[in-house]
Design a protein around this ligand. Sequence first.
Ligand code: NAP
Length: 322
Amino acid sequence: MQTLVCKQFGPLDDLVMEDQPSPPLGDGDVRISVTACGINFVDALLCEGKYQIKPPLPFRPGSEVVGRITEIGTGVTAVAVGDRVFAPVGFGGFSDEVVTSSMRVLRLPDAMSDGQGATFTQSYLTGWFALVTRAKVEAGKTMLVLGAGGGVGLAAVDLGRALGLRVIAAASSADKRELASSKGAFATIDSSTEDVKERAKELAGGSIDYLYDPVGGDLGVACLRALGEDGQYLVVGFVGGIQSLPANQVLLRNRRVTGVDWGAWVGRHPKENQQMLMSVLEWIADGRLNPVEPAAYPLSQAVQALKDMQNRKVAGKVILVP
Ligand SMILES: NC(=O)c1ccc[n+]([C@@H]2O[C@H](COP(=O)([O-])OP(=O)(O)OC[C@H]3O[C@@H](n4cnc5c(N)ncnc54)[C@H](OP(=O)(O)O)[C@@H]3O)[C@@H](O)[C@H]2O)c1
C-alpha cells in the first residue's frame, strides 16, 4: 500500500511516501480501500513535532478516512464487505488502504459525500463539544468566529447557525468569507484589512456574547475586548501563536474564558463522544448541518496539501484522494 510516513519531526518536506506491505487483518478488524483522507491542521503540527502529543517515531499521519470495506476479520457482524464507511483512525490515514477495528467504523449516511465524510469528524465534534458541552450556548446570542474560512472555524459557523446563534465570521480572503456566508454567517469581517474587534462590536450592536477562537495570537487578545457582560471566550486553537490574555479584561464585564480540549477529552470520554458523533450525524442527515465539500489533492501531493493548508491557501477543508 501507498502510505505517508513521518520518520523524524521537522519540515513537511521530510515526509516520505512509501510502498509498504498491506497490514495484516486481526480478529474484529476491517480492511478499507480508502477513497478520501481528510487533512487537519493538527496533522502538520504532529509531523513538525509542534503538537502537545508527540507520537513515537516513525508514525503515519492522517486521522480521518472514508472508503469501501474490502475484507472483514473474524467476528465482524456490524459491517460487511462493500459498505461505504468512515473511520476516525487516529493515525495512518494518508494511505490508500487502512486496517482498523470494526468498532471504529460507521456506515456513511447517503446524504454525505466521501469528501464530507472524511473531513467532518474533528471539526464538527470540536465545535459541538465547544458550543453545546462547554459553553452551553443560548439561541439568539451573537458569536464571532475567527479563522471562519478554515476547517474548525467553518464548522463552528455551521453549528452556530444551526443552534440559533447570530454568527459573525472573520476571515482573510473573499472565498473564505463567501464560504462562511454560505454556511449561515449573517455578516463577515475581512480580517486582513478591518479592525475585527471594532467591526464585530458594530455588527453585533454593541458587543458579542461568544468568541470562537481557533486562531489566538494578537487577534484573539484584541477580540476578547469585544465580549460584553458574561461573554465567553472559547479557546480552541493557536494557529496565530499562543496568546496571553490580560486578566483585567476577563474581570471586566464578568467575562469567562473556557478551554476547549476536545482531542484529549475524547480519550477519557469515548461513550459521550460517540453520542456526540451520532447527534452530529443526525443533524447532517436531516439537513440541519451541512459540512463543506472539500478541495481534493491526489495522495501523492500530500505534502503540498499540508503546506497549502498551513499557508492559509485553503478555504474550507482538504482531502487526499488515493
Ligand atoms: N481544541 C481542540 O480540541 C481542537 C480540535 C481540532 C483543531 N484544533 C485547532 O484549531 C486550529 C485550526 O485548525 P483548522 O483545522 O481549522 O485549520 P485551518 O483549516 O488551516 O484553518 C485555520 C485558519 O486560521 C487562520 N489563520 C490565522 N493566522 C494563521 C496562521 N498564522 N497560520 C495559519 N492559519 C492562520 C486562517 O484563516 P485566515 O486566512 O482567514 O486568517 C485559516 O483558514 C488549529 O490550531 C488546531 O490545532 C483544536
